[in-house]
Design a binder for this molecule. Structure first.
Ligand code: PMP
Length: 354
């Protein structure tokens, strides 16, 4: 098989997203979606956009959306690049900023898509092992010789955040390389590097509306960087597809970003539920990392994670397990509503009580 496949993809091992079940109602704690609905204002904008105007192509400049993003970050629209989910923006960054002659440096335990992009674009990954407790050994990221650094802050799947001062050290150590900071989960904790964009011409901050804004189904993410880096991203995009963000998505995302009060209320609720669930799980004997994200990363001292994964599934609860070195004993559990997390802790009690 693979008869007509290009050489380039013949040996590719693509990323595997979490399951989106269709057959039965699960409590879905496996893909870090927001348990609450999107802003009513975003839905209103979406409905308004779903009319005759769909016969026209969207604004390729995403003018309104870029203005809303810029306002939300105190930056200018020239420092903003929107895309079809942050995965697309990250993929464009890998193409725009890294070359095969020098490795791209990232942690051994982080978002697995980075390794997939590196492979797909013919780049060499240089893995920096996280410490035993999964903290980032910042000093190890500072050594010269790499062609760029990629960092998830907070990290996935551990949820641990790095301090802004450490990001600054990494930026200083690599003034001639791009440092990509993926802030998919920053809405739930940690300090954003967006404030460093005006200061560093080697910084790209990548954000998404999939988590904090509860718009995973809309597919909108964006990069924040100085105009020369933004121009490189536009060059990649316009060599592939001028219209990566559709009309409805541009309108709804802009409306969501303008509805800051709703966003703050709902993200604060997720954070409260995270703290409450972390306490409950620690009481039950789980080791729980100090996650700043909308998920928990947990390990039971006796019961294997795979056993818990399967047991939870039988009880109608989906969580995520990664069959990978160092993290095989852990489950990643998305923070849902209080009710969903009560069901989760009750099920885990059953599964861990001997
Ligand atoms: N970065 C990280 C660290 C993630 O976990 C995810 C979600 N899978 C993304 C980026 C991509 O999110 P999206 O494409 O929905 O914006």
């Amino acid at each position: 098989m693979k008869k007509h496949w290009s050489q380039r993809i013949r040996d590719m091992i693509p990323y595997v997203p979490g399951e989106q079940p269709r057959d039965r109602q699960f409590i879905k704690l496996n893909t870090n979606e927001n348990p609450y609905p999107p802003s009513p204002k975003a839905l209103e904008a979406l409905r308004a956009a779903a009319g005759d105007s769909l016969r026209l192509y969207p604004d390729p400049e995403c003018t309104e959306l870029r203005a809303a993003i810029a306002a939300a970050h105190g930056l200018s629209p020239e420092q903003v690049f929107p895309g079809n989910g942050s995965d697309e923006v990250l993929a464009f960054c890998f193409q725009a900023f890294f070359d095969p002659d020098r490795p791209v440096r990232f942690a051994d335990i982080t978002y697995t898509f980075y390794a997939v992009y590196a492979s797909y674009f013919g780049l060499t990954p240089e893995l920096v092992p996280l410490a035993e407790d999964f903290t980032l050994p910042v000093a190890d990221l500072l050594a010269p010789g790499c062609g760029g650094v990629v960092l998830a802050n907070p990290n996935a799947p551990t949820g641990l955040a790095v301090k802004l001062a450490d990001i600054r050290r990494i930026l200083e150590a690599h003034r001639d390389q791009v440092v990509l900071v993926d802030e998919a989960y920053i809405d739930f904790g940690g300090a954003s590097a967006d404030v460093l964009v005006p200061e560093y011409d080697n910084l790209v901050v990548v954000r998404t509306l999939s988590k904090g804004h509860a718009l995973a189904g809309l597919r909108v993410g964006y990069a924040l960087a100085q105009p020369d880096l933004i121009a490189a991203l536009r060059c990649v995009r316009d060599s592939i597809n001028s219209y990566t963000v559709d009309r409805a998505a541009q309108a709804a995302a802009a409306a969501s970003l303008r509805d800051a009060a709703y966003f703050q209320e709902r993200t604060a609720q997720v954070v409260r539920t995270r703290q409450r669930t972390a306490l409950a799980l620690r009481d039950m004997g789980f080791a729980v990392t100090d996650s700043q994200a909308n998920f928990l990363f947990v390990r039971h001292p006796q019961v294997p994670a795979k056993t818990l994964l399967d047991g939870l599934r039988e009880r109608g609860i989906l969580v995520r397990w990664f069959d990978r070195p160092r993290i095989r004993d852990y489950l990643r559990i998305t923070v849902g509503t209080d009710g969903e997390m009560d069901a989760l802790t009750a099920a885990l009690k059953e599964l861990t009580e001997v």
